[in-house]
Design a protein around this ligand. Sequence first.
Ligand SMILES: [Fe+2]
Ligand SMILES: [Fe+2]
Length: 230
Amino acid sequence: MKLTANEMGLQQLQPMFEAISYVAEYVEPDAMNHVQRVSDYARFVAEYVLEWDSEETTRLALAALLHDVGKTTIPRELLLRPGALTADERVYIRQHAHHGFNIIENVERTLVTNQIAFDETLFSYAKQVALYHHENFDGSGYPEGKAGNDIPMVARVVKMVDVIDALMSVRPYKTAWPWKSTRDELRRLAGSQFDPHLVDGLLHEEEEFIQLLASTHHKVSESLVLGAAR
Ligand SMILES: [Fe+2]
Ligand SMILES: [Fe+2]
């Protein structure tokens, strides 16, 4: 398949986005696998649910890699500590959304200053994802309490797939959930945390999505996925 000039531009940016995401996530065990899975799941939603073209799909997949880039500003002791956080600590950690936006904007500014051509839409998506991936569909999220269609679509997608991977992964405070429970949780939170159209769309493509979950480079163990379909 022949790539357009823009698609090549996007491919060249991929190693840079992966490198930045690695720096951001090194503090958490399994973090690089997490961002890669979130990126793959976001790509799946863009392709199968939103039916975006390959350029837009790639942009979302790359932007998703940087969703938590702002966590570089949060001490790792705080991120890794099991147990409940105080209200102040929660406020502090929530700032990673703004920090992420600022970091990506700084990279963008450097490219502009040095007159290096880049894909502006990609950077716009990456900033939207970093800033708004903790907004809830009903307006109860952070940092701005945006609701519904005011939340950029790219952030609504990453919000959903980030939670899917968090639920299906081991964390200091929880075990890994099987797909079946994760799917029930998606349904339960459709319309409050998640865009209900995205939840419906994903569950409509459930068989395909389970194949992605089970594919070998994902660290989600087979036992979690098996028996998941019904
Ligand atoms: Fe985050
Ligand atoms: Fe995440």
